[in-house]
Ligand binder design. Sequence first.
Ligand SMILES: Nc1ncnc2c1ncn2[C@@H]1O[C@H](COP(=O)(O)OP(=O)(O)OP(=O)(O)O)[C@@H](O)[C@H]1O
Length: 257
Amino acid sequence: MTTSEQHILEVHNLGRNFGGIVAVDDFSLKVRRGEIHGLIGPNGAGKTTTFNVISGFYPPSRGRIVYAGEDISGRATSDLASLGLIRTFQGTTLFHELSVIDNVRLGRHRSAKASFLQRVLGTDRAVEQEADERAHEILAFLGMDGLAEELTANLSHGHQRALGLAVALAADPQLMLLDEPFTGMNPEETKRMVDLVNRVRDEQDVTIVLIEHDMQAVMGLCDHITVMNFGTLLASGSPKEVRANPHVIEAYLGSAA
Ligand SMILES: Nc1ncnc2c1ncn2[C@@H]1O[C@H](COP(=O)(O)OP(=O)(O)OP(=O)(O)O)[C@@H](O)[C@H]1O
């Protein structure tokens, strides 16, 4: 296997400025197919900016992003979604006034399986039916099929976050970028979400990169961790290696101080 077959994502010497602020500078990252990869670092380290550039929300100022062997630098989010690169957000982006199943159906349309006109006119019945079946399948996979017709606003926080995962899964991702999936969760909800993320990788064949501040969850879940500080690469390795790295300890103690 060549290195580009092994790595679903390669970020080469990425840079991103906002006016005079250098948010990300000469940052490189490689993500192997099938792994759960943590992107960590103190506040303001450049993690969210990196996600935004990879997922096409901002073009890079410098550097290159290669996904599944293809240079995707500066490509639009909708293009990337149809290639199987899907990103979730820290806050929930669900439609609270819609049912659970309708949210998942909408997630499927992000993968552009039907043309815009077909979607608006609802002319492609086969596409609609397939979206419906897949939406139920995903809810069942997440143990939420019993909630399919429930109003999203009525779900618990934990279920809303799991629904966010269902919406992302509906787009048939190969690579999912999860932005702080455990934020605002109690330990029990975090444990359930950790199990779900593991199952998404194991059973749905999705590679996962996640930004997260809950160190216990990150260390327990990730195969590989990349640490950023001041927009640059600070360390990269197994959870054990990263935890023992004096530069990482210093960066975290410094930020806590
Ligand atoms: N749209 C923007 N305009 C100006 N500056 C920005 C913008 N987005 C990010 N920055 C700056 O870039 C730097 C990196 O921010 P970023 O949000 O990427 O860090 P982070 O590691 O995700 O932080 P946190 O863990 O607090 O979310 C910060 O100094 C931030 O203020």
